[in-house]
Ligand binder design. Structure first.
Ligand code: ZN
Length: 123
């Protein structure tokens, strides 16, 4: 378990929900965190990047193609979005020649429970 400083300005209820959200290690998308906690999407996205920057989570892109509604691929955040064209879609096996056919959602993967605290002891 990792204890870290909670984002500033969260009320108790939001903080409690945020801790519920990260109680078990799993993948989370910023909009899921926002929906669960009531945080704004921009704040949830900032939080996700903070966890990634702090080495507490791995960050990925889910890649979507116009061919299906579910993600067709996952890429590490470090590797960035698709840049080289043509890119072959693993789902439909078509060559993509236009980046506008692709869109992305970020998600993070945590490996251990994270507890957000107002004051982190020893810091
Ligand atoms: Zn496709």
């Amino acid at each position: 378990m990792t204890n870290i400083q909670a984002p500033i300005g969260l009320d108790n209820r939001t903080l409690e929900r945020l801790n519920d959200c990260f109680r078990s290690p799993c993948d989370r998308m910023p909009h899921q965190i926002a929906a669960w906690t009531g945080m704004r999407l921009s704040d949830a996205t900032t939080l996700v990047h903070m966890l990634y920057a702090g080495g507490l989570a791995r960050l990925y892109y889910r890649v979507f193609h116009t061919c299906v509604e579910h993600p067709v691929d996952e890429r590490r955040f470090e590797d960035g979005k698709v840049k080289e064209l043509p890119w072959t879609c693993p789902e439909c096996e078509e060559d993509v020649h236009d980046l506008s056919e692709l869109w992305y959602d970020k998600f993070i993967l945590t490996e251990e429970p994270i507890v957000f605290e107002r004051e982190v002891s020893g810091s």
